[in-house]
Design a protein. Structure first.
Length: 80
């Protein structure tokens, strides 16, 4: 699948292995494809219960637990 999108959801292919190597120290190797896919798609957030697997992460992406993401969205909506 080369990519699929419906509203706020996009499904994309896993990044090629060679695109992971420059970021190898940003997350556990098994989770790195998720972080790099989010980075390449311009995501501001990546939500997971395993936030420790994404340390130190990437400065362009906030890795949050689902509850923290909901709280962040509520805060942003309340300031509109």
């Amino acid at each position: 699948m080369s990519g699929w999108s419906a509203g706020a959801l996009s499904i994309v292919d896993a990044p090629a292995r060679q695109r992971l190597f420059p970021h190898a120290d940003r997350a556990d190797w098994k989770d790195l494809p998720h972080l790099i896919a989010a980075l390449e798609q311009g995501c501001a957030y990546l939500t997971t219960y395993n936030v420790d697997d994404y340390e130190p992460g990437h400065p362009e992406i906030d890795v949050l637990r689902p509850g923290a993401l909901v709280q962040r969205v509520r805060e942003q909506l309340s300031s509109l």
